[in-house]
Design a protein around this ligand. Structure first.
Ligand code: ADP
Ligand code: ASP
Ligand code: MG
Length: 406
């Protein structure tokens, strides 16, 4: 007998037929003698539909009401799944974020979970019920509904697993595991049997949306084994686990693309102490997360160009903030480009092998792809390129790093 958390994504509960299949799978796990907590996302397409509605009425909708709206998708899904389970003679109870006291901070649209009232969940399990928990939502300390950012049901699931000390957190999705690149883009991608938390954390934050980044942070912090697998069959998926001996032998584990960033350039700013502090202080005040930064010396004396990337959804706001500051900074011009992609190669083996960057740059250059920005860490290299070349770049790098299926 084990304690398992099973999370089903939007496609897995996309219509009533699929919800019935999920109910049957949950019941199988229950009848095998396990205690089961199920976490569900909104039905496929629903969150996108709600986001669109919000933007149709307000150009910057993210705030309290946005979260009230977005959280509704998961409310529908938990009720439907609980009904489908009950119809099959098994006790089930749905829980919304506030009913489990999933407390988050107050950052609407991308709140972070701070605590969960695990005893409420345990009581349901002890009463013999399947707990069906709404993913993606919580409440802030004042009781306002919050959401955890796109893909946030993964984080709800891992946080539940950590809170009740589950034996495993199973993530059921529309692919049968974690691949060396998005299998919907790179047909030669291969399934990875076991991947370290650290590598998965990089992959997730660099665009592999199969797991939300925060969920991997939680899994790593609380050492929750995560099993990513198909909701359509019983095949073994991919395990996310602590780093194991031998994992470093693979130099590049996977290649990702992320099209969710925009590049902002502030041209001809006065090159004097405090300039960067002023710029990034302003962005921090507006709670805009800055990823890559480069500053290059411009030809004219005492003038420099500052370029950085921000999430696409913040591009307009970041550009506006820079334009407002242009006078103070002595900047000549502010430019924004949303047609960029960040392409990355990730692998713990990079710690002990050199030459990955050189191979990456040569490969892109041979395909005529210009590199606009570069950043590296111990286990990853990322470049910014024109987004029209994203798929080509990913395929070329996947091949050159030996990741193609035989
Ligand atoms: P869910 O709705 O179940 O949460 P998501 O759409 O959020 O599913 O995540 C699954 C998708 O992640 C897959 O359909 C796939 O296109 C994408 N993906 C991106 N990179 C990878 C990768 N390296 N391995 C597997 N899937 C990936
Ligand atoms: N429904 C939310 C989204 O689409 C959360 C999730 O699916 O994980 O982002
Ligand atoms: Mg997802």
């Amino acid at each position: 007998m084990a304690l398992v958390v099973q999370k089903f994504g939007g496609t897995s509960v996309g219509d009533t037929d699929r919800i019935q299949r999920v109910a049957e799978r949950v019941i199988r796990a229950r009848q095998a003698g396990n205690d089961v907590v199920v976490v569900v996302s909104a039905m496929a397409g629903e969150t996108n539909r709600l986001v669109k509605l919000a933007y149709a009425l307000h150009e910057q909708p993210i705030g309290r009401e946005y979260d009230v709206l977005l959280a509704s998708g998961e409310q529908v899904a938990v009720a439907l799944l609980a009904l489908a389970i009950q119809k099959r003679g098994v006790a089930a109870r749905s829980f919304l974020g506030h009913q489990l006291e999933i407390i988050t901070d107050a950052t609407h649209g991308r709140a972070r979970i701070e605590s969960i009232n695990a005893p409420i969940l345990r009581a349901a399990l002890e009463a013999g019920e399947v707990a069906v928990v709404a993913g993606f939502q919580g409440i802030d300390p004042k009781g306002n509904i919050t959401t955890l950012g796109r893909g946030g049901s993964d984080t709800t699931a891992v946080a539940m697993a950590a809170a009740i000390n589950a034996d495993v957190c199973e993530i059921y999705t529309d692919v049968d595991g974690i691949y060396t690149s998005d299998p919907n883009v790179v047909s030669s991608a291969q399934k990875i049997a076991r991947i370290s938390y650290e590598e998965m954390l990089e992959l997730a934050s660099l665009g592999a949306k199969v797991l939300q980044t925060r969920s991997v942070e939680f899994a790593m912090k609380y050492q929750v084994p995560v099993h990513v697998r198909s909701s359509f069959d019983d095949s073994e998926g991919s395990w996310v686990v602590p780093e194991e001996a031998g994992m470093e032998k693979v130099i590049v584990r996977a290649v990702t693309a992320d099209k969710n960033e925009a590049r902002i350039s502030v041209l001809g700013v006065s090159d004097k102490p405090g300039m960067a502090a002023q710029v990034f202080g302003k962005l921090a005040e507006a709670e805009i997360i800055v990823d890559m930064i480069i500053q290059n010396a411009s030809k004219k004396a005492q003038r420099t160009d500052l370029t950085f990337t921000v999430p696409k959804e913040n591009a307009v706001q970041a550009q506006r903030l820079m334009e407002e500051m242009a006078g103070e900074l002595g900047a000549a011009e502010v430019r924004a480009d949303t047609r960029i992609a960040k392409i990355s190669a990730v692998g713990v083996g990079m710690r002990s092998h050199s030459g990955v960057a050189a191979t990456m740059f040569e490969t892109l250059s041979a395909s005529g792809i210009n590199i606009q920005m570069i950043s590296t860490s111990e286990i990853k290299i990322s470049v910014i390129i024109d987004d029209a070349y994203a798929e080509l770049a990913v395929r070329k790098l996947h091949t050159v790093f030996g990741l193609d299926a035989p």
